[in-house]
Ligand binder design. Structure first.
Ligand code: HEC
Length: 370
């Protein structure tokens, strides 16, 4: 051991600055020598440490890189491992996520990345955890798939991630069964689990997460595939304003009635997939301002709609026909919030698949101005 050490020290004490290629060769020799010297504490020797650090940086992008990081734990190791999550090489990213999961503060760091404002980065972390597919990563992903405070994109990525491994698929089924899965990803989860290689999972998913069918009970393609199809925005607009009845409840520009949200800028807000979910599974993501109520009056009449206002004297309910009904408090026998959206469930039965795609195409053109 001593002889190796002396040789290394001699090598590193050459005063002249070596040419880059020579230095690379020297550093590699130092690292190889130290790898053979068990128990040698290289951290006490700055020159050796620097040689190791240079060598590791040069090896970035190679299969050895991670094991070098693990073996020598250079300064900034955590950052280096973390950056592998985003470097584009899936194999290295999965290894890096695995290592992070095993490091003392790693799981917390992974969770923090999933909550980051940079949703593209967060979605990438969810994807990598999905590829990893062990118990720990599935647990993290299932927390995010069932958290409605997380943005749709990241939650979606968590659901997709869970479907990448059999363990993850089982976890996803569990949270769907216990109704923890946030509504707006139900259709997607159903679509992805329907393609599971495991017949049992497929069967259970079909029971818990039914797929939408178009009129005549013809099944529609799964939602992620539907979202890739293109249509005619012009035809979509015509349908939106007529047979599809969307304009009965949605204002676009200065056309339509305002029962539901104004959709003039919906193309800047929702992806195609999220738009499809709004139409195919309207109750999946009811927003607070549009909760549907039903009022039973003293005379036995039932009035259903969005609650526009409520005072001590009266409640105002806007019906699906965009009529505001004022109901004096004294006349109200019962005021009940509904789990269902006022937006009808089977709207897409009044047009065919291409009609659906055309409406979505139209909505993508409704962009924020300026
Ligand atoms: C009876 C009223 C009604 C009809 C008809 C209706 N919607 Fe809605 N829609 C709503 C309400 C209310 C909401 C608010 C959230 C909820 O309850 O789901 C909504 C939400 C949406 C959203 C999500 C908006 C957002 O900001 O997230 C989209 C997109 C949408 N509707 C599209 C359509 C399309 C397309 C049609 C026609 C095929 C349609 N709606 C027909 C009432 C309606």
């Amino acid at each position: 051991m001593n002889r190796i050490l002396i040789a290394i020290t001699a090598l590193l004490s050459i005063q002249s600055i070596p040419a880059l290629a020579d230095q690379a060769r020297q550093d590699a020799i130092v690292v190889r020598a130290i790898e053979r010297m068990q128990g040698y504490d290289f951290s006490s020797n700055d020159k050796v440490k620097a040689a190791i650090a240079r060598h590791i940086d040069r090896m970035a992008g190679t299969p050895e890189y991670l094991s070098l990081l693990q073996r020598f734990r250079p300064d900034g190791m955590k950052q280096k491992i973390e950056s592998l999550l985003f470097a584009g090489n899936n194999s290295a990213a999965v290894e890096a996520a695995k290592m992070m999961g095993e490091m003392p503060d790693g799981p917390n760091r992974l969770r923090a990345l999933l909550r980051s404002d940079d949703t593209a980065a967060a979605a990438r972390v969810a994807e990598v955890l999905g590829f990893l597919g062990n118990g720990r990563s599935s647990r993290i992903l299932s927390d995010y798939a069932s958290d409605e405070r997380i943005g749709y994109d990241v939650r979606r990525a968590a659901v997709v991630g869970l479907t990448k491994s059999q363990g993850g698929q089982k976890t996803l089924l569990e949270i769907a069964k216990s109704k923890k899965l946030v509504g707006d990803t139900r259709l997607l989860a159903g679509a992805l689990l329907a393609r599971s290689a495991d017949a049992g999972i497929k069967q259970q998913a079909a029971k818990i997460l039914p797929q939408p069918a178009s009129k005549n009970q013809k099944p529609l393609p799964p939602i992620d595939r539907l979202a890739t199809l293109k249509g005619s925005a012009d035809a979509g607009m015509k349908l939106f304003r007529s047979a599809a009845t969307c304009s009965n409840c949605h204002v676009v520009g200065d056309f339509g009635k305002e029962v539901g949200p104004n959709l003039s800028e919906i193309g800047s807000k929702l992806s195609r997939e999220a738009m499809l979910t709004s139409i195919l599974d309207p109750s999946a993501g009811i927003s607070h301002n549009y909760e549907n109520y039903s009022v039973l009056t003293e005379s036995g009449q039932v009035i259903v709609g969005i609650k526009v206002s409520e005072t001590a004297d009266e409640v105002v309910i806007r019906t699906a026909e965009a009529i505001d009904r004022k109901i004096p408090s004294g006349d109200i026998e019962q005021l009940k919030k509904s789990e269902k959206s006022i937006m009808p469930e089977n709207l897409h039965h009044s047009f065919d698949q291409q009609g659906l795609i055309n409406i979505v195409e139209y909505m993508t053109t409704l962009q924020k101005k300026g």
